[in-house]
Each structure stands twice: as C-alpha cells, then as structure tokens.
Design a binder for this molecule. Structure first.
Ligand code: S3P
Length: 431
C-alpha cells in the first residue's frame, strides 16, 4: 500500500433526507477559467469547483501570466490577457489527475507562440493524448510527447495557426473543446463536426464571452460547430451550476436506500449531461425537476425519492450524455430487479482508470453478478440490497471510490475501498 492511500468504509445506513451541498460543475469550472484567461479585463466566477482538478487548472492559468484570486465569499476573479496573449510559463504545468485540464490547456496554448510543458499524475500520464495531439498538429503546433501519445509533453504553439475543419473520430467534448480553444487564435473559421453530440459547455461559454460561434444540427444526428477566430473576448461573470456528475452519487444513494428523500439544489441539467437521469427514470426512479431555471446553463432542483428500480438496456447513442455516470449507474443496477445492459462503453476504458474493468471487479467483490465485453457490461440486479462485504480497488479513480461507497450504504454488509484520496479531485466534502 502506498503511504498516502486512505482506505474508506461505508456501512449500511438508514434513510437519507435533506439537501446535501453539491460542488460546482467540473467541466464548466475548467472552461470558465480558461476563457476568462483569454478575455480582456477581469472576469468573476461564482460557484467554481474548488477541488484538485480545477485548482490545478487555476494554477496553470496563473503560470500563463494571469492574475487569479479568490474573494472571501468564494468568488474567483481572473484578469485575462486577451485572445492569444498568454505568457510563456516558467515552469512545468502539473495538471494532476485532470484529463480535461490537460487536453483543454493543450488546445489553448497550441495556437500561441509559447512553449508549454505539461505533466500529470500516474493516472493522467497513462491516458491517450494522440486524440488532441493530431488535430493540434494540423493547426500548426509542434508537440513532443512521451511515447508519442502520453504526458509529460511539450508544446510549441504555432506562430501562424491555421483554422481547421475537423471531424471527431471519437465522441469527446475534450477534443472538441481543445480544437475550439486553439481556433480562438487562428484567423478565419475553425470547424468541428461531431458525429455524436457531446457536452456543449465550451460553445455556450464562448458565446457568453463574445465569440462568434454557430452550432448546426446535422441530418445524421451530429453537430457542426463553427468558430470565427481572433475575436476580442470580453471579461464576464460566470455562474457555475452544481455538477450533475457529482449530484449523481447522493441521488443514486437516495434511490436505493429505502425511505430516503433528498433535494439536490441548483444542479446543471444541460440535456447533453443528463443521460443518467433519463436512464434512472426509465428504471422507474422518482426524480422530479422541482424548480428549473436558466443561468447560461439549464439548472434544476432535483427531488429524489427511494423506490423499486428495474433493469433496462442503455443504448450506445446515450453514452456521451452520461459518460462519467456508468460506475454509479452500475450501483443502481446492482440493486434493481432484472438485468441492466450498457452498450457502447469503449471510452470507459481510457478514463481516470479502466472503468469497465474497475466496476466489474468491484461489483464481483460485492457479490453482484456482472458480465462484460470489450465495450459492454451487463449487471444482474439483486432486487434489493446487494450482499456487499467486499474490498474494492479504486485505481485512484474518484468515481469508482464514490460509487462503491454508495453501494456500501445500501448493501447488506459494509463495503471497503482501498483508497479514497482521489475523491478530492472532484468532490471536496464528500460524506
Ligand atoms: C469532459 C468530457 C468527458 C468526461 C470528462 C469531462 C469535459 O471526457 O469524461 O470527465 O469536461 O469535456 P471525453 O471528452 O474524453 O469524453
């Protein structure tokens, strides 16, 4: 066991009630910092996620020459340097565990005439980067990466960046966003075509900061996004919603612990993020949108009550809208009646851990029957509390740790996770 590991245990518990605080949206937080850095003037960010991943991005933005401060009331202020105005950092930027931080920053610096070096922890250093390296090289960046595809890496941004027209080979909001951020400093129109729509926080925030950006639906269900380069972005106030991917943990806990009733307030319900809510409702879950509003992103208070769930088939087309939620869906499925089959999961294998393998091993350790293939998983539900009693290996993956701690609250015997330290990357104060 590495010295810094922190084993955790979750014991079966009684009904949950109340309104637990949900931290700010991680995806929106990263993007708010990076766009504020690219705008002229001082932006204010309210509700920024103050967790490892986003703090690493804030630190990187500082190293790129921007003033980044936190007020006593929790508002963050970023003094931007305008499009293309970042300074060359005098140190290696360490993005910790964050794939989003690393890939989006690569995009931002790829079209600016500076040299940037990026590193990350063991998990991030094992994740594929070619998916961003390849389009960024087309824009004109020069990139030296370990093994051609991994962090640590160095990027010399293009002196004369080219606008590109790029069709995403994988459904990835990170790749899309990296290209759009690079396109900010290129003249003319940068175009990204995504065969399957992915979270559109970058598009929304680019428009909010004053960029000219159009999004067109394609007949085959995809989208075509066109950004006009070299805009003068102006400082803005950004209000970050609560993260639906974090809300998912107390939400599923409330569904599977009999007698529970929780209200989760101010949760971002962007339709490109809410595939889990759709799936759980199909499984019979009671999740009400109690108060919806719009603050640049659609937001809702979700009122959740425990009840019986039944197995469903999750179509591959829904995967991008719930890409981070399969570990916690698998926990809900473990308590459901019947089998839940999840399809199109290949991307789960290159997240903070191989989540398909980690979830399958964790469920098996907790006495739940599960089958997997290269890109699918079938969970045979226990029609009530699963046995539990296992020790789950988290592979320093926050979502694996939180998912199995939730399972432990609803199981017949306590569940242990080998290490909960990664939870701090996304959910400070997780119970
Ligand atoms: C994210 C996109 C997703 C997701 C990640 C956050 C983002 O990754 O898994 O946690 O903020 O753009 P991919 O773009 O690789 O699917």
């Amino acid at each position: 066991m590495k010295p810094q590991m922190q084993p955790m245990i979750a014991r079966p518990c009684g009904p949950l009630s109340g309104s637990p605080p949900i931290p700010g949206d991680k995806s929106v937080s990263h993007r708010a910092l990076l766009l504020a850095a690219s705008a002229v003037g001082e932006s204010c960010i309210e509700g920024l996620l103050e967790a490892g991943d986003v703090l690493a991005t804030a630190d990187a933005v500082r190293a790129l020459g921007c003033r980044v401060e936190r007020d006593a009331d929790g508002t963050w202020r970023v003094a931007g340097r305008g499009t293309g105005g970042l300074a060359e950092p005098d140190r290696v930027l360490d993005l910790g565990n964050s794939g989003t931080g690393a890939r989006l920053l690569m995009g931002l610096v790829a079209s600016q005439p500076i040299l940037t070096m990026l590193s990350g922890d063991a998990s991030l250093s094992s994740r594929p980067m070619r998916r961003v390296i390849e389009p960024l090289q087309r824009i004109g960046a020069r990139i030296w990466a370990r093994g051609g595809d991994r962090l640590p890496l160095a990027i010399r941004g293009a002196e004369a960046p080219l606008p590109i027209d790029y069709t995403l080979p994988v459904a990835s909001a990170q790749v899309k966003s990296a290209i759009l951020l690079a396109g900010l400093s290129a003249p003319g129109k940068t175009t990204v075509v995504e065969p399957q729509p992915t979270r559109d926080h970058s598009e929304r925030l680019l428009a909010h900061f004053g960029a000219e950006i159009t999004v067109d639906a394609l007949p085959d269900g995809g989208r075509r996004i066109e950004l006009t380069g070299q805009p003068e972005l102006m400082a803005q106030t950004v209000v970050v919603p609560a993260d639906v991917s974090s809300a998912a943990f107390p939400l599923v806990a409330a569904l599977i612990i009999p007698g529970s009733r929780l209200t989760l307030t101010g949760v971002g319900v962007n339709p490109l993020r809410t595939g889990l809510l759709t799936t759980l409702r199909e499984m019979g879950a009671s999740i009400e949108d109690c108060r919806t509003r719009d603050d640049g992103e659609p937001i809702s208070d979700l009122c959740v009550s425990a009840g019986t769930l039944h197995g469903v088939d999750v179509p591959a087309a829904r995967v991008p809208s719930m890409i981070d939620e399969f570990p916690i869906l698998a926990v809900a499925a473990a308590c459901a009646r019947g089998t839940t089959r999840m399809n199109g999961l290949a991307e789960l294998r290159v997240k903070e851990s191989d989540r398909l393998a980690a979830v399958a091993a964790g469920l098996a350790a907790c006495g739940v029957e599960v089958k997997t293939g290269h890109d699918w998983m079938a969970v045979h539900g226990c029609d009530g509390p699963p046995p539990g009693g296992g020790i789950v290996t988290t592979h320093f993956d926050h979502r694996i740790a939180m998912s199995f701690l939730v399972l432990g609250l609803a199981a017949r015997a306590p569940v242990r996770v080998d290490d909960g330290t990664a939870i701090a990357t996304s959910f400070p104060g997780f119970p």
